[in-house]
Design a protein around this ligand. Structure first.
Ligand SMILES: [Zn+2]
Length: 308
């Protein structure tokens, strides 16, 4: 216990001005969302799980080629469904330095209700012999559904609360796809122990996750995609992000419910571009964090560059 406390204090004192210089990224975990019995979002002709896997494998291949010094690990490489907790456990057991989860989005169809005249409704009042039949006119509506125009990319990060100013500056939105699987264990996010853990994650990894998420969205914009931005969430759907002891992001690569997006996500060109965009972001992130480690190693601890 005593040694644990000392370690904790010394790591606070020396960070970020640590004298020992280590590469900031040694292991990257790539997580293809969903899989197997859990298809995820559905488009007109494709399932999210397949797109996630295709892009994740392309991203991994690129990283293996360009980052020979970094270990690239996958939560899945075939059409299987590892439980969310197993994915986080895998990332932690392998001491990942980054966790990148690949997903595709879906938005519900839009409901249109149009007034279409009146119909006659029959209703009764009273009981027994006093029971009387009445009629009244009620409005009638024609209901139709059209495709949701939502499209583009968004990258999610975990934030335990929004008390921090920086966290406030990030848009918050409801994730359109439902990525929580009702059949598997999910933590009670209102449990105090869970909250404490999630808060600790936010303190340790929020800034770096935010940096990487921002770079991913910037790369998508450079490619000409519509970016819906970096979004924070502290809900069930992405609890895996704070279950990993490392900076973690969840990339929504496009909307399967938007036909041009679905076509792009299913095309070789689209998948290559997305993999390349995420790869470029990781490259920039790596350069930025390693540069930061070098500059903070050469400056006094008091002039911390951590919060730049
Ligand atoms: Zn998903």
């Amino acid at each position: 216990m005593v040694s644990f406390v000392i370690t904790l204090i010394s790591s606070f004192n020396t960070s970020p001005g640590a004298g020992v210089q280590k590469p900031s990224i040694k292991t990257i975990i790539i997580d293809a969302g969903h899989g197997g019995r859990e298809p995820g979002a559905k488009g007109d002709y494709s399932f999210e799980k397949d797109i996630c896997l295709d892009i994740a494998l392309k991203l991994g291949k690129k990283m293996e080629e360009e980052f020979p010094d970094i270990k690239i690990l996958y939560t899945r490489t075939t059409d299987v469904y590892p439980a969310i907790k197993a994915r986080a456990d895998f990332a932690n057991a392998n001491h990942g330095d980054l966790f990148i989860s690949i997903h595709a989005n879906a938005a519900p169809k839009i409901r249109h209700s149009k007034f279409a005249g009146y119909r006659t409704q029959v209703y009764y009042t009273g009981k027994g012999k006093k029971r009387k039949k009445h009629t009244r006119k009620v409005p009638r509506y024609n209901v139709s559904y059209t495709d949701n125009p939502s499209h583009g990319t968004e990258t999610f990060i975990w934030a335990a609360d929004r008390t921090d100013e920086k966290e406030n500056s990030i848009g918050s939105d409801v994730l359109a796809e439902d990525i929580s699987d009702s059949t598997e264990y999910t933590p009670d996010i209102n449990d105090p122990e869970f909250k404490a853990k999630a808060l600790l994650w936010t303190k340790r990894f929020f800034s770096k996750s935010y940096l990487l998420a921002t770079m991913v969205e910037e790369e998508f914009v450079k490619e000409g995609r519509l970016s819906r931005g970096v979004k924070q969430r502290n809900e069930k759907g992405i609890w895996v992000l704070q279950a990993t002891s490392m900076p973690s992001i969840l990339v929504e690569t496009g909307f399967l419910t938007h036909r041009p997006d679905e076509d792009y996500l299913n095309s070789e060109k689209g998948q290559e571009e997305i993999a390349n965009n995420v790869f470029e972001a990781v490259k920039r992130y790596r350069a930025a964090t390693e540069k930061q480690a070098i500059s903070s190693a050469t400056t006094a601890p008091s002039s911390s560059s951590e919060n730049k």
